[in-house]
Design a protein around this ligand. Structure first.
Ligand SMILES: NC(=O)c1ccc[n+]([C@@H]2O[C@H](COP(=O)([O-])OP(=O)(O)OC[C@H]3O[C@@H](n4cnc5c(N)ncnc54)[C@H](OP(=O)(O)O)[C@@H]3O)[C@@H](O)[C@H]2O)c1
Length: 319
């Protein structure tokens, strides 16, 4: 964004109504203005994957609630996947462990024709002994109905020794673009750090939120020092474990949140996470377009600096 008036205006719109409202209003501006798409992408925050320099939008989508078969639920998930790239997001994180989530995403993207606008991340299976790693990985290509998967992560380090050599071969063959490991549990951090040091991976996925900052003690600094991209799962505290929203229900945002273009508690939580210097992208899970719009708005405008991050933590700790 080069037009200072346009930037201030865009910020006000994001605060008032999120990305969709800003885009709609931008469309009505005079002909001297840049197009709505230009305005949106100029305001979008991206970070580089250290191993390649490729830039990713900082807010993605988690899909552990996408394993649905009911037609109404399928249509709702498909609508989220349709809107995602229009709002500026690209990273979609799934896993074999999320029921039929891979299948639902594969079908929806094929119907929408927008696979090339998304960065697809999946994970290796977590159940049972890994007797044929190749069969298990090939199933993800079929379920997602794609030739190339952007990122495959070893889920919860399960079967790490069996999967990792194969994932690195598939990366060399350019069928997988990046390789990673994921966890969402403190008790796996020690093994995670040891495993990250042993394999040449591009990504690590870890749980991190303003309510659970233990990844910031060792995992995030390690990732930053080692040149690893970081995906953050459960930025709202997790779908299953009970998320952080009840703690702020009915509370107004502090005035100073506007200094980071924060217009909702979801944006507060997400901007806290993605402003950590080690974090590349947060993957909040949502099944609703209204929540997607709210969350994607956090991928635009200003990020909190170190001082603002401290104020966010103090506020949270005093709740
Ligand atoms: N070990 C691992 O690798 C691992 C473990 C856990 C999770 N993950 C990944 O991380 C993703 C995120 O984790 P998660 O989905 O469990 O937890 P989360 O992102 O922390 O929270 C999701 C919850 O927040 C709600 N929500 C989303 N946006 C909202 C908004 N703007 N306002 C109010 N509520 C909102 C969602 O409900 P609605 O659906 O109603 O929006 C859902 O209940 C998962 O989907 C998965 O892809 C990976």
């Amino acid at each position: 964004m080069t037009d200072a008036d346009g930037l201030a205006w865009t910020r006000r719109r994001f605060l008032a109504g999120g990305v969709a409202a800003a885009a709609a209003a931008l469309a009505g501006r005079s002909s001297r203005a840049r197009s709505p798409a230009d305005e949106r992408s100029a305001a979008r925050i991206t970070k580089a994957i250290p191993s390649s320099g490729e830039r990713l939008p900082v807010i993605g989508l988690g899909t552990n609630a996408y394993g649905v078969s009911d037609p109404t639920e399928y249509a709702a998930r498909k609508e989220v996947l349709a809107r995602m790239p229009d709002l500026g997001g690209s990273v979609v994180d799934t896993a074999r462990a999320y029921g039929d989530s891979e299948l639902v995403i594969g079908r929806a993207l094929a119907e929408l024709g927008n696979r090339d606008r998304l960065f697809l991340a999946t994970k290796t299976p977590i159940g049972g002994e890994v007797t044929d790693a190749s069969d298990l990985i090939e199933a993800s290509f079929r379920r997602l109905a794609v030739e190339t998967i952007d990122l495959v992560q070893v889920h919860n380090l399960h079967g790490l020794e069996a999967f990792m050599p194969l994932l690195l071969e598939l990366k060399a063959a350019k069928r997988i673009r990046y390789v990673g490991m994921s966890t969402s549990r403190d008790e796996q951090y020690e093994r995670l750090l040891d495993s990250l040091a042993r394999y040449p991976v591009d990504f690590v996925q870890v749980d991190y939120s303003i309510g659970n900052r233990s990844a910031a003690e060792r995992v995030l600094p390690f990732a930053q020092d080692s040149g690893l991209a970081v995906l953050v799962n459960m930025p709202f505290g997790g779908r299953r474990s009970g998320n952080l929203f009840p703690q702020v229900r009915g509370r107004a945002l502090p005035d100073w949140a506007a200094e980071a273009d924060v217009g909702s508690w979801a944006q507060f939580l997400l901007k806290y996470v993605v402003s950590h210097p080690a974090v590349t992208c947060a993957i909040p899970g949502t099944t609703k377009v209204a929540h997607l719009e709210d969350n994607q708005a956090a991928g635009h405008g200003r990020l909190p600096d170190a001082d603002l991050r401290r104020r966010m933590e103090s506020l949270w700790d005093a709740l």
